[in-house]
Design a protein around this ligand. Structure first.
Ligand code: ADP
Length: 493
């Protein structure tokens, strides 16, 4: 089996969120399960910061973008510590920019054009590199047009007759919605601009296009696969998803334990594992308190958060809880993230109101993210929705107890502490259902109470999480089974 993995983010070349982590790890995990896996990504300016060697290939091509011809070149590298080849589609006008999709809170005006170009380039690369692909695995709206081009324009071309397509949705909220005249940029016939295919309330919608044209659709947890088939999580596309429910599946993301492992993590003040966490994790906690300018106090429970500062992540609830309770609580908060300017400003303000209780860093820094994972006692994810979530899985390995809202992948991976779950040894975190500051406050009280008063129970929860295996092996196997089924179905069409 020969798979081409197309994505707009691949760690360590380009990253804004979890998509990059998946893109960097899943192809490597697939490597031992399929004959060939190849990755393709736009040649963003960021790829050169990876420090990995990137070769310019003498492969140039042209694709139509609207009424004009856009030119590209292919570059090549490998995913780190693997023989998985990654190709980059170079066009500096589109991709040599400070950010991937948006600057200062505004999307790039030509995002439609940029990803029309990328999608067409992916299909051209198959021919130019003679990849003999059985299946293209697309990811999110940026690659949503690929299944449409494949079916509408390429199907009759030699070598493309049997190529199957899978679209993985990492987040329904980002759909690639553009004004209707951008349909001209796609080069596809206006007849496809209808409510059953590419149109969404008068707009051109890339994610919907992918949902309609892909042979199979996955999302990143079974619970999210259910949730998105109705409102509000379907974000308007619930109908389109329900129509394709027979080929819609949820596969939980895995963790790359070569990157996220407290036993080998060189960003930490001290490394640790199941046998040494009680002595070494406190050293990480002390270092974290120092790094975030908080009083060094081994007894103060530290609540960590790392993530995009987007509405999705529950920062409104966090702000309310901090405002109401920070003064009278002995706990400390350590928050790392970047995102919506109003969330950034609000968190900075809270940190200046409670400088001894709240440490905030508005920046994107993986080393700090690792140090929060290691140094905090609990890791908070009160998300409004969470397709999979990776941070709670990292937290489990780092012995940092997740406190999460029961939604999407958080619900599929975190088993709430109850007498019953403690008894059977599955309790690995705390979870709450209702999206409210009161419910968040209640679960935090419960978690803090257990931390302070029941060290034995706390130890059990920590060690249950640290012992669990959320590596990619299991998920990659599930993807391969899905690929096999999808390729077979495509061939029998
Ligand atoms: P999402 O994909 O919605 O952003 P995930 O939990 O699936 O959320 O993945 C987030 C990833 O991005 C994690 O690897 C997390 O550590 C990383 N991340 C998010 N914000 C930051 C930041 N400010 N600095 C470093 N890493 C970050």
């Amino acid at each position: 089996m020969n798979v081409l993995f197309a994505s707009s983010e691949i760690y360590p070349f380009a990253k804004t969120g979890g998509l990059a982590d998946v893109g960097g790890a899943l192809p490597v995990a697939l490597r031992s399960l399929v004959d060939h896996v190849t990755v393709i990504l736009p040649a963003f300016r960021h790829i050169y910061k990876s420090g990995l060697p990137i070769e310019e290939l003498p492969i140039y091509f042209d694709v139509p973008v609207g009424g004009r011809i856009a030119s590209g070149q292919l570059l090549k590298s490998h995913l780190p510590n693997s023989d998985v080849p990654i190709y980059f589609v170079k066009n500096d006008e589109y991709f040599d920019r400070p950010e991937l999709y948006r600057e200062a809170g505004n999307d790039y005006q030509d995002n439609c054009e940029r990803f029309v170009f990328f999608s067409r380039s992916v299909l051209e690369a198959i021919r130019l590199l003679d990849l003999k692909v059985d299946l293209v695995h697309c990811n999110d709206w940026q690659t949503g047009l690929i299944p449409a081009y494949l079916n509408i324009e390429y199907r009759a071309t030699h070598g493309y007759e049997n190529i199957a397509s899978v679209l993985t949705i990492h987040n329904m909220a980002y759909q690639g919605n553009f004004w209707h005249w951008d349909m001209l940029l796609t080069g596809l016939d206006w007849k496809y601009f209808n409510m059953h295919q590419m149109e969404f309330y008068g707009h051109l919608n890339f994610l919907k296009t992918g949902i309609v044209f892909a042979d199979a659709i996955t999302t990143v947890s079974p619970r999210y696969a259910e949730e998105i088939q109705s409102q509000p999580m379907g974000c308007g596309l619930e109908g389109a998803l329900r129509e394709r429910s027979k080929v819609l599946a949820g596969i939980v993301n895995g963790v790359d334990y070569t990157r996220w492992n407290p036993a080998t993590d060189d960003a930490l003040a001290a490394t640790y594992d199941l046998s040494s966490w009680q002595t070494n994790k406190p050293k990480c906690k002390q270092a974290l308190q120092e790094e975030f300018n908080l009083p060094v106090n081994p007894k103060a429970p530290v609540i960590g958060m790392v993530g995009r500062m987007a509405d999705q992540k529950g920062f409104d609830l966090v702000a309310k809880v901090i405002r109401d309770r920070a003064k009278n609580c002995d706990c400390q908060w350590v928050i790392l993230g970047t995102g919506e300017p109003h969330h950034e400003a609000m968190l900075r303000e809270l940190s200046s109101m409670f400088p001894n209780k709240i440490g905030v860093k508005v920046e994107f820094c993986e080393g700090k993210a690792r140090r929060v994972e290691a140094g905090a006692d609990m890791f908070l994810m009160p998300s409004l929705y969470e397709p999979c979530g990776l941070n709670q899985l990292y937290s489990l390995k780092y012995g940092t107890v997740p406190v999460v809202r029961e939604t999407g992948g958080l619900a599929d991976t975190i088993t709430n502490v109850t007498p019953a779950s403690l008894e059977v040894g599955t309790a690995n975190g705390f979870s709450f259902r209702e999206y409210s500051a009161e419910a968040l406050q209640d679960i935090l009280e419960q978690a803090l109470g257990t931390y302070r008063e029941n060290p034995e129970t706390w130890k059990q929860i920590v060690e249950t999480g640290m012992s669990q295996d959320w590596s990619w092996d299991r998920s990659a196997q599930q993807y391969v089974e899905l690929y096999e089924k999808t390729i077979k179905a495509r061939r029998s069409m």
